[in-house]
Structures are given as structure tokens and as C-alpha cells.
Write a protein that binds this ligand. Structure first.
Ligand SMILES: Cc1cc2nc3c(=O)[nH]c(=O)nc-3n(C[C@H](O)[C@H](O)[C@H](O)COP(=O)(O)OP(=O)(O)OC[C@H]3O[C@@H](n4cnc5c(N)ncnc54)[C@H](O)[C@@H]3O)c2cc1C
Length: 394
């Protein structure tokens, strides 16, 4: 018998693949709550961003701040194209958005849930909700002590996501190291930001975190609480540990004109010669949103004629290195994830079997793997779930 602990994305995909590979083996999913696939339901704002349109494993791994090296060979076994085909074979048609995110064509996460439930039922997987695991021990087989009964399994797959009791189970079996779990994928709060009145502005900017190597050039969204958009969400993933250590108090530096790699001082001195009466406010060179440009030029209202080279240097610095204090974070409601989990060096990525505890497999977010926003976290669940399920079924 194979027991899968956790009725989320990774647990379901592992169980389905185990049963498909070896229909004679009994497969049970034990879920502690009353509902199944809860995160799938709320994912992507209810639309479920199932994966990303990135089909080269070498490129795909660059979207994982943690787990990138380890995922390379698993992605050669099962990658976004495979989950797309798997879904389409089961009549779930997907669509790719302009930024590469892939959703069911119906924009409904329920379609993915229905597909998994139908598949699991068709295969005869025994799904049990409201299961409280008291403890699991291993002699030859695993003994799973539940409230009212005891199960014996030859193979065990832990797919408990970022739950504390899942980490405790992993630590209790073979003494796995748990890398401390902390949040990843969040937006930055800037309660004192003078940009708050400009909320809603969405532009490409280069954003870096002061005193760190972390930098992203991508869409930046100004919000009523601070900063969001892909540039910020990606920074929050790549710098998750550093920002946690700083207790989410740090400075971001914005280059408002990353696509204009010119010396702005020389550029304005040149214009000054031709159009000395013009003001900077009238010379929106990067075609930034009007209100933003007005804000950035508010201390430079005089005609170019009266702007010294030193003042222009200050203006250039403001456009290229504009600093804002961040104080706190907000979860990104469309997707967030935990960084940390079972240490990757203790897992064999050809099989997803533990190196410390024979016949124990891991899948999904329980591992110290996380991707940036965009469907990469589910892809980790599908890939590791696929391999764990197939290998446990052997
Ligand atoms: C709001 C939100 C939106 C998201 N949107 C996206 C998205 O659009 N695209 C994307 O790629 N990623 C998204 N993610 C991330 C993605 O949901 C997770 O990475 C993914 O669900 C991980 O799958 P998992 O099966 O490993 O863990 P989970 O989905 O967390 O499933 C774990 C399951 O195990 C159960 N469990 C825990 N402990 C025990 C125990 N002791 N016994 C029995 N059962 C237990 C839990 O109740 C849960 O059902 C989102 C996350 C959130 C929170």
C-alpha cells in the first residue's frame, strides 16, 4: 500500500501517477482538513495559474530562487508541456497569457479540481479527509497511527505543503533537516511614501534593494500601501531570506528610466543650449505618466537656463537612484508560498526518495523549493508529485 499524506496539488498528482503506474497497489490520500485541493481553489485569484509557458528546463530552473539546481533533471522528466498535455488529454484546455502564465481556458480553478477528483475516483484512489495523524513510525513498513485506526504502508509520500506538522513528520522520520520556513512572494509596504497619491501607476522600472545584489527590471505598480507588480514580487522571492533578516525594514532604489541608458546630464545640457526657456517638467523624455513626471520634477521648476550642472546631476540621481523606505510586507493575494522546508541535500531528485529514510518520498512545497510568481510553484508540485508517485509505485 502507498499512503500519501496531504490532499493538495502535489499529493493528488503523486497519488494519481502512483495508481496509474501500478493499478494493483492500493493508494490512500490522507488529508487532515475537511476539504481537498484548497490552495488550487483559491490560486491565481480563483483562476489557477497551473504552470508557465517556459519549456526549456535550463531556462525554467532560473525561476526558482531555491531548488533551481535540483529541479533541472526532474524537469527533463516532467515539465510544463507535460502537465499541459496531461490536462488536455483529460479535456481541460489551457491558454497562455502574454506574460507566459498558463490558466484553464475557463479561468476557473474548479475545472482543475474536478479533473483531479474525477481522475482519482476513476482510478479507485481511497481519499480520506479529516484525518489526524498521531504519529508515523517505520520498522520494515510505515505504521501510520490515526485517531481511530492504524495503517501499514510499504511506501509513504509526504506532500503536506508548508504545514508545521508535515515538517515535524519529516523530522521524525530519519531526522530530516527543516530549513526554517519563511514567506516568499509578497508586496512591499511604504507607509511614508510620497508616491501614495500616484497609486495605480504601472510602469517598467529597475528596482533594487539597497546594500544587496538583488535587482529586477520589470513592471512596477504603485499602490495605496506601497509597491507591487512583478518587479517587487520577484524581488520578494529572490531576497526572501535577506528581507526576513532585515525584518522587512529596508530601502528600495528605483531607476525610473531603465530603458533610456543615456547620460541625462549631458542630454539636458544639450537641450539647454537649444531650448533654454524649457523646464524639466515640459521635457518628459521617458514618456513617464504625467503625474509621476510632475512629482519627479517638482523641485526643478526653473527653466533649464537656470539649472546648473550640479543641479542636473541631482535630478539625474533622483531619476536613476530614487530611494524609498520600506516598512513591512503584505501577502500577494493571488499567490504566495513558503520558502524553506525539507533540506534538498537529503532527497534524491531522480526518485524524490529520502536519502535518510528508505521508501519515504517528498513532493511539493514541503521541500525547500519555491518559485517566483507565475505558475512555477504548481509546476514544482506537478513535477515532484509525478516523480514521487511513479517511483513509489515501482
Ligand atoms: C492564495 C494562493 C494562491 C496561489 N496561487 C498560485 C498560482 O496561481 N500558481 C502557482 O503556481 N502557485 C500558486 N500558489 C502556490 C501553490 O498553491 C502551492 O505552491 C501549492 O499548492 C503547493 O502544493 P502542495 O500540495 O505541496 O501543498 P498544499 O497545496 O499546501 O497541500 C498540502 C495539503 O496537505 C494537508 N496537510 C498538511 N499537514 C497535514 C497532515 N499532517 N496530515 C494530513 N494532511 C496534511 C494540507 O491541509 C493541504 O491540503 C498559491 C498559493 C496561495 C496561498
Amino acid at each position: 500500500m502507498i499512503v500519501v499524506v496531504g490532499g493538495g496539488a502535489a499529493g493528488f498528482f503523486a497519488a494519481i501517477n502512483a495508481k496509474e503506474k501500478n493499478p494493483t497497489r492500493k493508494v490512500i490520500i490522507l488529508e487532515k482538513t475537511a476539504s481537498l485541493l484548497t490552495k488550487v481553489k483559491i490560486s491565481g485569484g480563483g483562476r489557477c495559474n497551473v504552470t508557465h509557458g517556459c519549456f526549456d528546463p535550463k531556462h525554467l530552473i532560473t525561476h526558482y530562487p531555491r531548488g533551481n539546481k535540483e529541479l533541472l533533471s526532474p524537469f527533463y522528466q516532467f515539465q510544463p508541456q507535460d502537465i499541459i498535455k496531461w490536462l488536455e488529454d483529460r479535456h481541460v484546455v489551457v491558454k497562455e497569457e502574454s506574460d507566459g502564465r498558463i490558466f484553464p481556458k475557463t479561468d476557473s480553478s474548479q475545472e482543475i479540481i474536478n479533473c483531479f477528483l474525477q481522475e482519482a475516483n476513476k482510478l479507485g484512489i481511497d481519499i480520506r479527509t479529516c484525518q489526524k495523524i498521531e504519529k508515523i513510525t517505520q520498522t520494515k513498513n510505515f505504521t501510520i497511527q490515526l485517531e481511530k485506526e492504524c495503517l501499514s504502508a510499504e511506501k509513504l509520500i509526504l506532500a503536506t505543503g508548508s504545514s508545521k506538522d508535515g515538517f515535524s513528520l519529516a523530522a521524525s522520520l530519519g531526522g530530516h533537516t527543516i530549513i526554517p520556513p519563511i514567506p516568499s512572494i509578497f508586496t512591499f509596504n511604504a507607509p511614508e511614501s510620497p508616491l501614495k497619491p500616484l497609486s495605480g501607476i504601472d510602469i517598467i522600472a529597475k528596482v533594487s534593494i539597497a546594500e544587496t545584489p538583488f535587482v529586477q527590471t520589470a513592471p512596477l505598480l504603485l499602490t495605496h500601501f506601497g509597491f507591487s507588480g512583478p518587479a517587487i514580487l520577484r524581488l520578494s522571492s529572490w531576497a526572501a531570506r535577506v528581507l526576513y533578516e532585515k525584518q522587512y525594514q529596508f530601502t528600495i532604489v528605483i531607476d525610473w528610466l531603465p530603458n533610456l541608458p543615456i547620460n541625462l546630464v549631458d542630454y539636458f545640457i544639450d537641450i539647454k543650449k537649444k531650448l533654454p526657456q524649457k523646464t524639466l517638467q515640459q521635457l518628459n523624455i521617458g514618456k513617464l505618466p504625467k503625474n509621476l513626471w510632475k512629482h519627479l520634477t517638482k523641485n526643478f521648476k526653473e527653466p533649464l537656463l537656470h539649472l546648473s550642472k550640479d543641479r542636473l546631476k541631482i535630478f539625474e540621481r533622483q531619476l536613476r537612484c530614487d530611494c524609498y523606505a520600506i516598512n513591512g510586507k503584505t501577502p500577494h493575494k493571488e499567490e504566495f508560498v513558503t520558502c524553506g522546508g525539507v533540506a534538498l541535500k537529503e532527497v534524491c531528485f531522480a526518485t524524490m526518495e529520502s536519502k535518510l529514510c528508505k521508501n519515504l518520498y517528498f513532493a511539493g512545497e514541503i521541500l525547500d523549493i519555491d518559485g517566483i510568481t507565475g505558475g512555477f510553484n504548481f509546476q514544482n508540485a506537478w513535477t515532484t508529485g509525478f516523480i514521487a508517485g511513479c517511483c513509489a509505485a515501482r
